[in-house]
Design a protein around this ligand. Structure first.
Ligand SMILES: N[C@@H](CCC[C@H](N)C(=O)O)C(=O)O
Length: 279
């Protein structure tokens, strides 16, 4: 006996935050059929839909919803700032509310309407030591023993932030892939290359763990801002220019707030044949 999804297909939404793009599957009220194999197939930009991350929305008794994030390689990530902001905007539009609590592996995150069409999320306090990030070696996270002297920051997922003279000149793919797989990071890492443009402005390019180069990475933007403030290169409020646009970060006592644009681009339905082929 076939269930409803295998007969009618699986609805999804396509969204992005500053070009960091997502397939979002709202599975509230029903069982999840998402697997690593389905995520990988769906993430294929030629044979699937294509995304930087797949995000599922589930019911949660103690929050407005629960979110899970999958990278294009089928791995699950503990945090995704931009997908959290996109889904928050969708749920705020749906409910007419301007503040929500969203459960993620990182914990309960508060998202708010920031006015002017922008959406902000509190990504929580940064994780600044190896025990919390969680990575392997007991070394100083402010000065990693790697060429380029990067900073490690956890935002619910691992980040390795390099400060460079000119982010435009960096071989993001080559150096990003290398650092992602450095033995210092047993769970691999996201990799950011940031240039300081002023005491409240960064330019950043990013290599995302499990996905590759993306136009923006919300948790990476937070990590770069935290790293810059820890190195006294900027204050705790910065705007960050990424390839997909400009976002702002405010590192407050209650956590790192990320603000930026979101877009709901189109809705679609995955065919029963696609689901059957990648079950
Ligand atoms: N795009 C993201 C981060 C997604 C997860 C990351 N690739 C990981 O594996 O940790 C964001 O907006 O934060």
């Amino acid at each position: 006996m076939k269930d409803a999804l295998s007969l009618s297909g699986l609805p999804f939404m396509k969204m992005h935050g500053a070009g960091n793009d997502f397939v979002v599957i709202d599975q509230r009220g029903r069982k999840s059929i998402v697997s690593a194999a389905l995520a990988r197939a769906l993430g294929d930009r030629h044979r699937g839909v294509g995304f930087d991350q797949l995000c599922t929305i589930d019911d949660d008794a103690g929050a407005d919803a629960r979110l899970v994030f999958w990278n294009a390689d089928g791995t699950v990530a503990g945090a995704c700032g931009n997908a959290t902001r996109c889904v928050a905007r969708h749920l705020m539009d749906e409910t007419g509310r301007n503040r929500l609590e969203l459960r993620t592996e990182r914990g309960l995150l508060t998202a708010e309407d920031a006015g002017g069409g922008l959406t902000r999320v509190n990504m929580g306090p940064p994780q600044l030591d190896w025990a919390a990030i969680p990575l392997a070696r007991a070394v100083d996270t402010l000065h990693l023993p790697l060429p380029g002297n990067p900073v490690a920051v956890g935002m619910g997922n691992p980040h390795c932030v390099f400060f460079v003279e000119d982010a435009e000149a960096v071989d993001v793919a080559g150096l990003g892939r290398k650092a992602e797989h450095d033995p210092l990071f047993p769970e691999r890492t996201n990799v950011e290359f940031a240039s300081v443009l002023g005491s409240d402005r960064l330019r950043m390019r990013v290599w995302e763990r499990g996905t590759g180069i993306t136009l923006a990475c919300g948790s990476g933007i937070c990590a770069a801002a935290v790293a810059a403030a820890r190195r006294s290169l900027t204050g705790r409020q910065v705007t960050v220019e990424v390839d997909g646009g400009t976002l702002s970060v405010d590192w407050r006592d209650d956590g790192v707030w990320l603000t930026g644009p979101t877009a709901h681009v189109f809705d679609g339905v995955l065919s029963p044949a696609f689901l059957a082929a990648h079950a």
